[in-house]
Design a protein around this ligand. Sequence first.
Ligand code: SF4
Length: 216
Amino acid sequence: MSVVSGKDLEQLQAHLELQKKLKNPGIIKRKIDKGELLDKIRETLGDCQRCPLSKTRTNLVFGAGDPNARLMFVGEAPGRDEDRAGIPFIGRAGQLLTKIIQAINLTRDQVYIANILKCRPPNNRNPEAEEIESCYPFLLQQITVIQPRIICALGTFAAQTLLETKTPIGRLRGGSHYFDENIRVIPTYHPAFLLRNPNKKRDVWEDMQRVMKLLA
Ligand code: SF4
């Protein structure tokens, strides 16, 4: 999926504007600037009605964490608890993600957490193509601003979207993947999947050890 294929001209213009700003190296040097740029993206989203999920959501879940994070976690979409609170990964799966983050000696405040979609699909159904096309450009803008060293893709959907592939997560795990020349992608299982399949914890721990090595 490419940004330029998006239908919404406003999103595309905002993205190009951001790219222009980021070409000026001074603009992202100071901590506050990245926060401000993220705020601008949030402002552009506003009370977003760009896809049908706007009709069923309670709150839009933009993303949370350190705008200067070296590690970013990207999941699929908000669930029920996140939709109610407007904060990513706070339900049972989110609590497990918090433990995973702590296991690599970090806190939620030291990473950035977001999703491919910013609004909850009804009954947590899979995202649809039109929803991704409308929403994903905003995550791309967030990544452009944050410039993490690593994106940990949580689950099939996030990994396949970020890597533009249909390869199953089980085969993506452990491979050498790049979002762009500077940003590595480490695909791993989604914490919700892990809650249902605790036997996969060892695999996720292996992935987190790779994350730690790359961060070091
Ligand atoms: S999912 Fe994204 S594009 Fe759709 S309404 Fe929510 S914020 Fe807008």
